[in-house]
Write a protein that binds this ligand. Sequence first.
Ligand code: NAD
Length: 501
Amino acid sequence: MLDRLLSTLGLVPESLYSRGAPAHGHEFPSINPTTGEELATVRLHTREDYGHLVDRAQEGFRAWRRLPAPVRGEVVRKFGMSLRAMKVPLAKLLTLEMGKPISESEGEVQEMIDMCDFAVGLSRQLHGLTIASERPLHRLMEQWHPLGPIGIITAFNFPVAVWAWNAALAAVCGDTMIWKPSPETPLTSLAVARLVDQICVDAGIENVFLLCLGDAEEIGETMIADRRLPLISATGSTRMGARVGEVVARRLGRSLLELGGNNAAIVAPSADLELALRAILFAAVGTAGQRCTTLRRLLVHESLLDAFLPRLVAAYRSIPIGDPMQPGHLMGPLVNEAACEAMANSLMHVREQGGEVLVGGGRREGGGFFVEPAIVRVPNNLPVVRHETFAPILYVMSYRSLDEAIALQNGVSQGLSSSIFTRDVIESEAFLSAVGSDCGIANVNIGTSGAEIGGAFGGEKETGGGREAGSDAWKAYMRRQTCTINYGSELPLAQGVEFHL
Ligand code: NAD
């Protein structure tokens, strides 16, 4: 099946992605987390290969930036069409390599398609402002220009959608790009790179979308220190983002950071509990707890705890866990052995700190990296609860007043996603107000995960402050230019300054 899938996606063994981007590094395995077995090996790029890719990205930029944005948008539109045609095989490869359930993988490819559509529209809307000038016969305006070749670093859990958030916007903005995907998902990245490459070949375009396969040390570190890349967009752990932010700032480059979350939901007394239960299950267990927006902390009003918690525990017991390629399974494996160990460690620590595991937390027998999602009752934001463990652990706390719940919710160093379940408009508005949730995403009667394209995605505090995908996120990929045009014959100076000989 794998061979057929790879060849459908244009990946032929031995020359997985050799067209114009030869790799001279060592062989690296892609592992199927469902079985723990090797799917294939890919050859990584070396630092020298990376250097050639950046030369090409610079060359590509000189031509790409000259094309009108709607013409660039047409390339992105065609890429979106090719994703539509390849949605099913691409989703299958994603599930094989990353382990998310097939429906979620199809959703991830759909997200790329939506992103392309969004970017195509934007390609006719990259507009600046005209501003009233204080000087007579002067026009003051701002315009946006392409920024340059940019670097995109992505995480394993949304191995291709996050690239598309960046790539579709960067492309219509006139940037070329080098993508360093997660080492956990090389095949899926190669497949996407091949698809977009084919579109470019057909359109007679070169060196716009480039892929560099490599690890954090050799390729990642080289990339973030590279002055030829004015912007590094990096998605991953807060530890990685702190390093990227520091190195890029040292060379006064720009970084766009999308980092870890520690997302909470509040279940208020007036909540529709049936709806809340379904939303919480998807938010906490979907993608086996490996979304940056995964629900990690549940704050339940004390009056509901006794009625609600047993229902949640029962629902956890009935989650179908297994081969993510089978549509009935709602939870697949974790990405690797280290993720299973991190989950076990967090559970050990939370027990030591006074938490009580109500359900789950065990390792499933057999091959692969399967675990049981866990619910842990904790007294409050214990030290372990304040960290993001990238696994399906849901910490449950109770609260008395909304102020207390909001303080608990905001009382962590991450600020990505949040939600409240309530039918009380006063509570809902308080939660969304300036003194409510401090996160980049705040939802009402929806879980913390599952954002749609169109809104800006990202979070505050240690989540990094970046915004991608929707709204005016495109501005991060362009340089702003303020222009003053004098169409008179006098030379009045701003602020009334006189300067005559
Ligand atoms: P990770 O930090 O281990 O790796 C992410 C990427 O960064 C990989 O490509 C990795 O090779 C690279 N990298 C690591 N160190 C680097 C360095 N020093 N220089 C350059 N590159 C470096 O993260 P992961 O385990 O792949 O993904 C999970 C994490 O990503 C979680 O914390 C999750 O919350 C976060 N995430 C955030 C978002 C978001 O939009 N906020 C989206 C997806 C994932």
